[in-house]
Design a protein around this ligand. Structure first.
Ligand code: ARG
Length: 458
């Protein structure tokens, strides 16, 4: 009988349904390469410590090299009977090199093996994601730079608030994705610890050298408690939380892109290669990519909750429950990786319509705050200035005109302090240029922020 590494203990085989239910090989085989990497580091240490012979180690190396080739070329036969990636590879190794293969698992359990594999896999994934966040930020910086002077209305409550520059708006996302990258970098520190050596839960009776294995595999340190090493998946939960925040930022941006591309708003167009049509309505061009990203945020948020829920009821140490960590984790990695890649690309496929943005900024009394600030600078207390301008806006609403359309005489009816120089502050350009401090929307501040961010990213 092929399979079960523990079969002598049992008097009957598991049913086919149970076999299928307990197997993970068809989703955990994506860890094959890191599983081999981990096994080779373990075997090297066993040989160095004299736990296995140098000849056995050489045989293990030879067998693993062949298995690697078989997996890469798609020839490797994954068997459900062998439950998971670990047993599949170990069994094949034994087929290829005999007893040396059977010695590989000395001083090791699948419990510390799988925890090691996940960490190695995640380390690679997190490094990719950090790189992709950087790509996205660079693309957004280019977009911001092209539109450091482009004016659109800024909104609060989806109502026109104050004029801002589009560059400034885009930089808000560059900040968000910057913090996301910091969170990934931070999560990586706790991912990059070695569980191997914890064995099943208590450690092993063999004279192993865990620090040696950690060094071989590029881990910063070893997990210091064997029970903790095999049983906690907090590093994966942390990653999923950071991923959920990335997707939350992506989703907010998507929501804006969808609104901006609506003909009712018309602030932007998105290149055709990111949009699709309708099977019935010939005129349609839909922003599918941002809509789908907004939708996929739901699944990533769900994976975070799945992992938290998976963990919360588990007594120490390892429980089979943990096998359920993989699909949510892998799907989070895949979703995030694809989404970031597509968004970095799409950011370069956004075309801005400055006239539409400008026209929108001219509606809704976006410079009312500027008029109030003007009165304050002439000596009026802010609350009184606010009231005077509210009266002016009320009059404009009744007349159906803009603040800048009122004559000087009209304006002076609201405050004697208003003079000829008021019209300069009522312009959109004057409004944005006046917000000239760190973090403000003035075009020269936007340019300074871009220069600073470029320096940080290079
Ligand atoms: N496939 C298992 C997992 O994902 C590997 C560890 C199984 N260990 C065990 N004692 N059943 O967690």
């Amino acid at each position: 009988k092929k399979g079960e590494a523990w079969s002598a203990r049992f008097s009957e085989p598991v049913s086919d349904l149970v076999k299928r239910y307990t197997a993970s090989v068809f989703f955990d085989n994506r860890m094959a390469q890191v599983d081999i990497q981990g096994s080779l580091a373990h075997a090297e240490m066993l040989a160095h410590q004299g736990i296995i012979s140098a000849a056995d180690y050489a045989e293990i190396q030879r067998g693993m090299a062949q298995i690697k080739g078989e997996i890469e070329s798609g020839q490797f036969e994954w068997l459900l009977d062998l439950e998971d990636v670990h047993l599949n590879i170990e069994k094949r190794l034994t087929e290829l090199v005999g007893d040396a293969g059977k010695r590989l698992h000395t001083g090791r359990s699948r419990n510390d093996q799988v925890a090691t594999d996940i960490r190695l896999y995640m380390r690679g994934a997190v490094d990719d994601i950090i790189g992709l966040l950087r790509e996205l930020r660079l693309a957004l910086l280019d977009l911001a730079e092209q539109h450091a002077d482009t004016i659109l209305p800024g909104f609060t409550h989806m109502q026109v608030a104050q004029p801002i520059t589009f560059g400034h708006h885009v930089l808000a996302y560059v900040e968000m994705f910057g913090r996301d990258a910091e969170r990934m970098i931070d999560a990586r520190k706790r991912i990059n610890r070695l569980p191997l050596g914890a064995a099943a839960l208590a450690g092993t009776t063999f004279p192993i050298d865990r620090l040696r294995v950690a060094k071989t595999l590029g881990f910063d340190d070893v997990c210091r408690n064997s029970l903790d090493a095999v049983s906690d998946r907090d590093f994966a939960i942390e990653f999923c939380a950071a991923a959920a925040l990335v997707m939350t930022h992506i989703s907010r941006m998507s929501e804006e892109l969808v609104i901006w591309m609506s003909p009712r708003v018309g602030f932007i167009d998105i290149a055709d290669r990111f949009c699709t049509g309708s099977s019935i309505m010939p005129q349609k061009k839909n922003p599918d990519v941002p809509e789908l990203a907004r939708g996929k945020t739901g699944r990533v948020n769900g994976h975070l909750i799945a992992l938290l829920t998976l963990m919360k009821g588990q007594p120490l140490a390892y429980n089979k429950d943990n096998q359920e960590d993989k699909e949510p984790l892998f799907d989070t990695v895949d979703t995030l990786t694809d989404t970031l890649r597509i968004f970095a690309d799409m950011a370069r496929g956004i075309s801005v319509k400055p006239e539409a943005m400008r026209a929108a900024a001219l509606q809704g009394y976006a410079t009312a705050t500027d008029l109030a600030d003007y009165l304050v600078k002439k000596g009026l207390p802010f609350r009184d200035a606010h009231e005077a301008v509210a009266h002016a806006v009320r009059t404009c609403v009744d007349k159906g005109c803009d603040l800048a359309d009122l004559s000087l005489a009209d304006l002076r009816a609201f405050s004697e302090l208003i003079g000829e120089d008021v019209f300069a502050v009522l312009t959109l350009e004057g409004s944005v240029a006046a917000r000239d401090h760190i973090g403000g929307t003035a075009p020269n501040q936007v340019r300074a922020a871009i220069a600073q961010l470029r320096k940080e990213l290079n």
